[in-house]
Design a protein around this ligand. Sequence first.
Ligand SMILES: [Zn+2]
Length: 463
Amino acid sequence: MPRHSEPHSPPVVHRTARAGLRLTRGQRRRLVGLLVSAGDVWACVLEVNAWRRARQDAPLAGYPALCRELAASGPGCFGELDSAGARSVLRRYSDAWFAGAARRKNGDTSARFPRRRRKMMPVRWYHDTFALDGRRLRIPVARGCSPLRVRLDRDLPYSPGSVRSVTLLYDAGRLWVDVTAEVPVAAYPPGAEPVPGRVAGVDLGIIHPYAVAGPDGQALLVSGRAVRAEHHLHLADTKARGRAVARRAPKPGRRGSRRWRQYRRRQRIVEARHRRRVRQAQHEAARAVIGWALERRIGTLVVGDPRGVLDLAAGRRHNQRTRNWRVGHLIAVLRDKAQQAGIVLTLVDERGTSSTCPACRARVPKPHGRVFCCPRCGLSGHRDLIAAANIAARASGGITPTIPVGVTHRRAGNHLPGASRARRDPRRRPHHGDARGSPGRHLPAPPAAMAGRGVARPTARTS
Ligand SMILES: [Zn+2]
């Protein structure tokens, strides 16, 4: 819901950050109660509309009409949930209903109206209904209930005055708060702002999430090998766990055992952590691209969009690879960060960019390795950077792709376990000996006299 802004005010963008909560058991119970009450509001609207359909009345979908219905139900119907929080559920229903209606009107017969009940629904509160002071958040509750103050588990990157809304939600066994703020578009001192005429091409890939070719032979390669390893380990882990518990899986139509439910819960937690890790790595990679572009005053990023070919079936292994790639998210995070930095981002079709020679325009079969070599003119270079240069040329015809003068290397996902020796991934099978990345053979436990004196040293073993 966009807010009206003053004319001639500086441009702003809306950004959301997620924070966890530090809660007592009682606070957690009350917050879950709010989410369940919001689920009740949602179920009520579905119920009302089911009755109306049965009576062949027009559905109730407009936000004001739904609010009137809520007001008619009177206070006290939805536990501790206040009317502002309940209205945010109505707003969500109304938006979903009209989005579905618009898609059906455009001929998409698979679009459905909201119809599914949820035990919990996210609740959003807009400006002036909550109070956020540092990490302390006061959540509004219905009149007569004791005030609800909670603590966030981290500082938010936004100034207190710029926060527009907070959303309480439940994901994989944890409660979270999404804080949305109005962030001004970056302003630069004269002579440092990005120049729209300076264009860089961005090639999206799996091994290199972003390969960027800019003017003056400058290039950036962001390596995604840590992210790929994370996907690989996660898949192996999921398969192994699935095999281990397959015996306990309920038969069709039977209710699962308590141990089975524990396993399902654990699986959801692990999935959520995996998603968070990949998302974080992709955000960091996009940030590296924007920082690199700003240093070189690049004002336009041209991104090759590969999504046209992703729907083709390519075998289960490759399908899994392209699904893990999450290219839509890669484009979205880069677009968001570019917008905030005042850089223009345009999408072009990337078809054929990694199989065309940038110098003589000859079609070269896509190389299997990373090295591109043209048999006609002899040009060779990094395959992803050649593709990026072709993408840049496709948008503006501006830069002449040459062999890069300076290539900057960055890694996405330095926080991932297994990215370095110090952060070995516990999911990896422990391997001993002097293999690369191995911490080596375990030393014997220190003798009792040495315990409490820190790390046992190898010299202690020789005596
Ligand atoms: Zn050539």
